[in-house]
Design a protein around this ligand. Sequence first.
Ligand code: SF4
Ligand code: SF4
Length: 66
Amino acid sequence: MVEKVKIVVDDDRCYLCGGCAGMCPTLAINVGPRWEFFIDKCISCKICITACPVGALEAVPLEGEP
Ligand code: SF4
Ligand code: SF4
């Protein structure tokens, strides 16, 4: 079973290149004037984390959260 995570961005590192959004298979990330994450669409594949060239994304386990 895939561990459910939420993806969080480090705004100091992210330069809004859109690479993560382009790689996400479920369009759970949108990069426009700011970085946005849609948790309902995310399937916790973590592709976005490896896609980011500057390591701005992190997966936070959702277990134990409401
Ligand atoms: S973990 Fe997968 S589904 Fe979730 S935002 Fe990243 S690339 Fe998209
Ligand atoms: S790939 Fe990294 S730097 Fe580019 S928009 Fe996504 S989080 Fe920001």
